[in-house]
Design a binder for this molecule. Sequence first.
Ligand code: UD1
Ligand code: CA
Length: 489
Amino acid sequence: MSANSPAAVVVLAAGGGTRMKSNRLPKVLHEVCGRSLVGHAVAAAEELTPGQLVVVIGHMREKVAEHLAAHHPGARAVVQAEQNGTGHAVRTALEALAADGIELDGTVIVTTGDAPLLTGGTLRALAGAHAEQGNGVTVLTAVVPEPFGYGRILRDEADGAVAAIVEEKDASDAQRAIDEINSGVFAFDAKLLVGALAEVTTDNAQGEEYLTDTLEILRRAGHRVGAVVAADYRDILGINDRVQLAHARRLLNDRLLERAMRAGVTVVDPATTWFDVQVSYEPDAVVLPNTQLQGATHLGEGCEVGPNSTLKDTRIGAGARVSNTTADSAEVGELATAGPYAYLRPGARLARKAKVGTYVEVKNSELGEGAKVPHLSYIGDATIGEGTNVGAASVTVNYDGVNKHRTVIGAHCRTGSDNMFIAPVTIGDGAYTAAGSVITNDVPAGALGVSRAQQRNIAGWVERKRPGTTSAQAAAAAAGTGAEAPAEA
Ligand code: UD1
Ligand code: CA
């Protein structure tokens, strides 16, 4: 907490979110760009390093509490057992702090758990204006094209100051025509807030304690009531249903892509490219269409990812290329390549210039520098040395039905196509294996491992056993033109 930090930020997140029509998730746990709605609110609040960060929870509170403990352990969850309104929610939060002996002094920011586009910067600007103007309360407002459903800002005709906020359901027709609305975000003087909340009644259309009533209460008591108008109304959009959820995701994604492009990333098709908030990158990375970068995915300088790729918590090295690939918790080294059609599962680690090719799945395995698995293979629980080439259609047979075992293939090996490596098994440096081998025993360095049945040919079998078929005709023609029938082995 620094000198300019608020004493507390209170995030309101107890509401039911009925318009989401969700049986499984409370509204505030729905996600936008890799973070829950309440997570966005908490992340913005954390930027202010408040003395106390309180989240008021209620609806599906166990799930929300668990989520906060896992992702935002610095936030204190306070339960509002019955959702009796935004004023009641704030009162509950302050009473919980007081019960723990925490008396707030200074600024309290109240914000909402369902406005994911709201940034720490906007909260800071609000807190700054509040302090500068010496206000008792400052409300963040916005002028919106469609004010329906929001509380309207009533301004004093004489001095233009905010006089009150009236809710949609309590508003007259003339008030409903006002297009300046309450974002639901405020800065309060802590002591004045406590006093004003004590005066809030439930005398309104919804029978709730409205936080918004505190503005009129404070103004009547002679305190300054200020307003900061959001520069872009889209920054304060609240989510009530899944249409708004998708809209907010699009807007936040646009913001994230714009930031990446300004930092030197080429995004070929912003319309089909999706970034999570934690994605990071270096200049000259190129993102091809239909690509989703999730979690803490990182793009190294000059790498190229996509098209049609989904990369989660994956590091892409400088100059690497990844196409038509799904990756989760993988590492692709500098100048390495993956795809088209690769599946990199957790713990797949490709060193510099390594290659994972077409229809190849890699899990919990390291490929050394320049090692290649070009075609149609499964590599699980394996270590593959530098410069080694694994033949097409090979499988590290890592699972015995109960336990997983490792395959170790040394450096500069050439393993044949269609090999099964029955783990645990080790192939020494520089060794070869024959195509079609089932490798159950270790192969020493420099040896050729062969494990397959001898071939034998039965001469004339087709003409005898499949007479009249096109194969038999072809065989007869081959015999007639002097083509030699292969001898029986
Ligand atoms: C509220 C404001 C309205 C504003 C709008 C902005 C009031 C009375 N109205 O209306 O002026 O324009 O937000 O989106 O404040 N919550 C609780 N406990 C409760 C009730 C609500 O924690 O008892 C939380 C909700 O989870 C939500 C936030 O407070 O995050 C706002 O509540 P909501 O019911 O969505 O209020 P609105 O009717 O949208
Ligand atoms: Ca709302």
